[in-house]
Design a protein around this ligand. Structure first.
Ligand SMILES: Cc1cc2nc3c(=O)[nH]c(=O)nc-3n(C[C@H](O)[C@H](O)[C@H](O)COP(=O)(O)OP(=O)(O)OC[C@H]3O[C@@H](n4cnc5c(N)ncnc54)[C@H](O)[C@@H]3O)c2cc1C
Length: 407
């Protein structure tokens, strides 16, 4: 499918960010003579927000979308392999099988993957023996049953230290679980703990305090600095390491919800483009990599912001699109990512709050707007969130017509 004198654009990762970019670029394909290639090893596109909804009983079924329904084979060359190696100085990448793919512009959007094997004893146990996770697609139906049906006196939510990006998903699951418990049981009949490996809940202290207040209302006891190291399914025990006093604690459970560490693909981590955490190191304004101006990164794999969610992707895609087309036209990349983020949390059925932030990497801080003062969950914010989530698909399906009315 190579076209003569065409501009070769390579997109790594066909998740939300990668597919939205492919979709948007397809609109320019003929006009700019683009040769678009997507590297995506999976046949299936997952909408992870739906995992959460399905597991918490919001929807009755979940099924991923086959990539052939989202990628136009006439306009995009889909290579169904993982990335093997990045060679930015030579302007090509190698796939896992060694296939060479040249590019003029590279867009990295390969997200983060769950690392389960750092928890001893967990292998093969997710979805059974009282161990659930909304982060594991393979076990969603079992996790759903466990979360809704287990009559648990002792429930533990375990969230690791190095996965603060996705803590909202663990928290929301805990909030909705606690809500069901409050409705159905006497408060002396159960206890819910939320053990988190880090020393705080969120990226700024104001939001952490708001969340702590809501956790207290739902009678969820939070404990900091506790990372899950081991599960003992036979005896229903979880072993936590506490970094504050360098000790191990064995806690019995009836129901344990586990969140994994999320890690970048090895090829990215080992490349010269990554930062100390293995994320792609970008100029957090233009979203170009710091070393190579013809390489962009967006979505979860980029280090432009610590909050990894749909809102980040929605804000980043038009910036990358605009800067990429500027470079193709011989102009400077002038579109700027502001770090604005709508971080929604559903605390009760159909009621959400919005931890709206603006992240400034230079100042290493988060600012939050007036909207964050609305600390009470509301129906309005819940439906606002649903609308944004629907729009993400709208963007994908309707040929990348990027629509961003909510800022
Ligand atoms: C359980 C869960 C629930 C969530 N709930 C919410 C929510 O309610 N609201 C919200 O805003 N956000 C939520 N998020 C976060 C949101 O899903 C992500 O921020 C968003 O999907 C990021 O898009 P992405 O394209 O960067 O990464 P992804 O959507 O993860 O896509 C990455 C793609 O890259 C591919 N890939 C991986 N490795 C390679 C490789 N080596 N080579 C090539 N391709 C590769 C993957 O197969 C995948 O298709 C949730 C995340 C999880 C895990």
């Amino acid at each position: 499918m190579t076209l003569n004198n065409s501009v070769k654009i390579l997109v790594i990762g066909g998740g939300l960010a990668g597919l939205t970019m492919v979709s948007a670029l397809n609109r320019l394909k003929t006009k700019k003579n683009l040769d678009i290639t997507l590297i995506e090893p999976s046949d299936w596109h997952h909408n992870q927000t739906e995992w959460f909804k399905y597991c918490n009983g919001y929807t009755q079924k979940y099924s991923p979308t086959h990539l052939v329904n989202l990628v136009n084979s006439e306009t995009t060359n889909w290579v169904d392999e993982p990335l093997g190696d990045l060679l930015p100085e030579k302007s090509y990448v190698l796939t896992a099988s060694g296939k060479r793919l040249d590019y003029d512009y590279l867009i990295i959007a390969c997200g983060l993957s769950a690392k389960w094997d750092s928890i001893k004893g967990l292998y093969g146990k997710l979805g059974r023996d009282g161990i659930a996770s909304v982060f594991s697609y393979e076990n969603l139906p079992w996790s759903r049953s466990l979360l809704s049906e287990t009559i648990a006196k002792r429930t533990i939510f375990a969230h690791p230290e190095n996965n603060k990006h996705f803590i909202t998903t663990s928290l929301e699951t805990a909030f909705l679980y606690a809500h069901r418990k409050q409705k159905a049981h006497n408060q002396d009949d159960y206890e819910i703990k939320f053990n988190v490996g880090s020393s705080d809940l969120f990226f700024n202290s104001y939001h952490s305090e708001v969340l702590e207040k809501h956790l207290a209302r739902k009678r969820i006891r939070i404990s900091y600095g506790n990372s899950l190291m081991e599960v003992r399914p036979k005896t229903k025990e979880a072993v936590f390491y506490n970094c504050n006093n360098n000790s191990e604690t064995v806690i019995p459970f009836d129901l344990l919800h586990v969140a994994p560490s999320m890690i970048p693909p090895v090829a990215i981590k080992q490349s010269t483009l990554s930062d100390i955490d293995g994320l792609v190191d970008v100029n957090n304004s233009t979203l170009q990599t710091k070393k190579w101006h013809n390489i962009f990164a967006l979505g979860d794999i980029s280090n432009a912001t610590e909050i990894k969610n749909i809102s980040s992707v929605i804000e980043q895609t038009p910036v990358v699109f605009s800067n990429l087309t500027a470079l193709m036209d011989g102009r400077c990349a002038s579109a700027k990512y502001t770090g604005l983020n709508h971080c929604f949390l559903t605390l009760e059925p159909a009621k959400s709050i919005n931890l709206k932030t603006v992240f400034s990497k230079e100042k290493k801080s988060y600012f939050f707007s007036l909207m964050t003062k609305k600390e009470e969950p509301s129906h309005y914010l819940y439906f606002y969130r649903l609308l944004i989530e629907k729009l993400r698909f709208f963007n994908l399906v309707f040929n990348g017509r990027l629509i961003y009315p909510f800022r």
